[in-house]
Design a protein. Structure first.
Length: 260
């Protein structure tokens, strides 16, 4: 298994960089845009990046399971599952707003063990393997040591539809009152990476999908952070809630979420 993880990690990095190059090449000229809903979109670039990533995995690990946002993955009986968001922050990308990333996670028997997030705009590669620490461009990273929520910068995002939008508006309002400031960049992968490297102290969101979270979960844990559901209980990669922090403000964030 150790060798498999090592090879999968190196492949994830290579594929993330290839997808990032495609994104920058087409930035400002995304081509065809299709609508999953009135506001939730998918571009030709999403599909091209996913094809490159999925094709690379099939070539190296043909028996591995793949869960990809645009649906080109494959089901298998493998204990390994690749969880892919080819362009996390598609709406940002379509508008030329420079907060989007490639997110590639690998889970073993349902537990995320590899995370790679690549931000091509800033050429920043966040990565981690379980038990080996987290890095940004090959340099070790750690979460912040801030222990006071009122002095913390936190972030969140909003679903495109559903009851979670109104619920999260209440959470957002409560955090505006409880934290130093709240941000909403529009890419959960980047938000999670920023918690890991200390640019953000905490992050929460409702109604994310596994491909939004799988890579970031590993990177944050390996950077010394904490991941739970909103109540502070065990995190479920296929659930609807994620609360991520430096660990020191975690219970205060749980308290704010309960207050909404």
């Amino acid at each position: 298994m150790k060798d498999t993880l090592h090879h999968a990690f190196n492949l994830a990095i290579a594929l993330a960089r290839r997808a990032g190059t495609i994104q920058l090449k087409h930035l400002g000229n995304v081509g065809r845009i299709d609508y999953k809903s009135e506001v939730d979109i998918v571009t030709e670039v999403d599909r091209e990046c996913e094809d490159v990533i999925v094709g690379g995995i099939h070539k190296k690990f043909p028996d591995h399971d793949i869960l990809a946002e645009e649906g080109s993955g494959t089901r298998s009986r493998s204990s390994f599952q690749w969880v892919i968001d080819p362009v996390d922050g598609t709406v940002n990308y379509a508008h030329g707003f420079p907060f989007f990333a490639v997110s590639i996670g690998v889970a073993y028997e349902g537990k995320p063990v590899i995370g790679v997030i690549y931000d091509p705009n800033r050429d920043e590669l966040f990565s981690a393997i379980e038990g080996q620490g987290a890095t940004l461009n090959a340099k070790k990273i750690r979460v912040t040591t801030e222990g006071v929520l009122r002095k913390s910068l936190v972030a969140s995002g909003f679903a495109y539809q559903g009851e979670g939008i109104e619920q999260n508006m209440k959470h957002f309002r409560n955090f505006v009152r409880s934290a130093r400031a709240v941000r909403r960049p529009g890419s959960a992968a980047i938000d999670l990476a920023y918690v890991a490297c200390g640019r953000i102290d905490g992050f929460w969101e409702i109604d994310l999908k596994a491909w939004d979270m799988a890579a970031g979960v590993v990177i944050i844990r390996e950077a010394g952070g904490q991941i739970t559901n909103f109540a502070g209980g065990p995190f479920d990669l296929y659930g609807k809630e994620i609360l991520a922090s430096n660990g020191k403000i975690h219970q205060d964030m749980v308290h704010v979420l309960k207050g909404a």
